[in-house]
Ligand binder design. Sequence first.
Ligand code: HEC
Length: 448
Amino acid sequence: MKLVQKIAFAIGAIALSTGVFAQDAEITYNTHVAQIINENCVVCHREGGIGPMQFENFDQVRPWAPLIQLKVASREMPPYAYDHGIGIQELEGDWRLAQDEIDTITQWVNNGSPLGPVDIVPAAPVLPSLDDWNFEPELGEPDLIIASMPIDVPAGGNDMWHKHYVDTGLTDKRCIKAMQVKPRDDARAVVHHSNPSIEVYNEDSGDYDRFSQLTEYAMGKWGELMPEGVCREMPGDSRIFWDIHLFPGGVGATAQGEAITDNVVELGIWFHDEDYEEAESPYRQDLSLYGLREGYENGELIVPPNGYAMTQGFHSFDHPVRIDSFQPHGHLRMNAASLEIFYPETGRTEQISQISNWSATWHHSHIYDEDVAPLIPTGAVLVIKQWYDNTANNINNPDPDQWVYGGSRTGDEMSHAWIAITHFDDEGFAKVVEEREEREARSLAGQD
Ligand code: HEC
């Protein structure tokens, strides 16, 4: 090896081992970029994945470099719209790239997207199989899988709804740890959303009573993970009511325009141990729909042609709560959402979450890290806002000349948010507040 090569190699090795030189040393695919792409993109951009092109190696990535730079710099990819610098930033299952990763990709493309030293072989991405459950790496297979009844979906046509009951087979009540709703195989592109709710057998009437909404699936949603110390209850002697909304041919950029036979949606549930409830004596958590009725004209949601609309909703509780997750919902004209808390005693409003580039093709349940999940005293008000853009500037808009009304079809609009809430009594709330203050004091003192 010539001295020049040795020096170059040594610099490369330092850059690799410290990462400090990423801005200065030459940034290449093999030394810097492959790892970022393998860890953040290949899960979708691979053979059979939902991404329109594959990024499994340099030859596949290289032709797309300028478009990758654009999509990464604008934070459109990975698809996780959640504003930086506003409200809570510590989220579980956050797909956003760090600013230095974005800078590294940008710099690499500006340098002409070089491959780099061929003797450095980037680590292959660790990928779950396409049919795996998203929580499988941490939690294994679900404890219970409940499949909907198969239905054929034509290649085109109007929205379809598929509603029916399926027994859970569960005899005793359990606390749920995690849940995912997963369209099976090629059903992904046509299942717009799917709401399994749960009904429990009533011995007196010999019929089933509604117990609660179980979870909510909408396109692109990853799953739902409950925080520690709460019980999302699944009752025994129960059945699932499936309410599945299908859009023949598919929605948005992932549309395939193909007929799908035997479309099935599966609900996977991971439970806590059977003695969890006694051991932890948890508070109840539930997931509910919170409507945004303010901003409706004469009681109706209306977005004028080539125009805009905004809706707003206010909700408060007669007991203290913690907000565990927030998932706004709308359709093709909705383009932004926010959550704030108004404290009547101080007159102060706190920003919790803002999503300025919301898109119906990616529904995320933004799960707040347990250490920062908003603790809401009795009487404080959740203020939820959503915005609608019916102009040609909205890339999801199929027709800016239409009047758009509230309704369930994909071309109609909706205005609500799904929020998971833990309900406390005063004593339990005081304890959680105290524990958090102690933790903060400890970490300020540098003991954590
Ligand atoms: C969760 C799945 C998923 C992940 C993760 C993901 N993508 Fe994508 N990507 C898609 C889908 C689906 C599309 C096509 C629809 C769209 O643009 O939303 C797409 C489109 C793209 C496009 C093409 C856009 C166009 O205008 O044609 C680029 C470039 C891209 N992704 C780059 C990336 C990069 C770089 C990463 C990682 C930093 C990434 N994606 C992560 C699913 C994903």
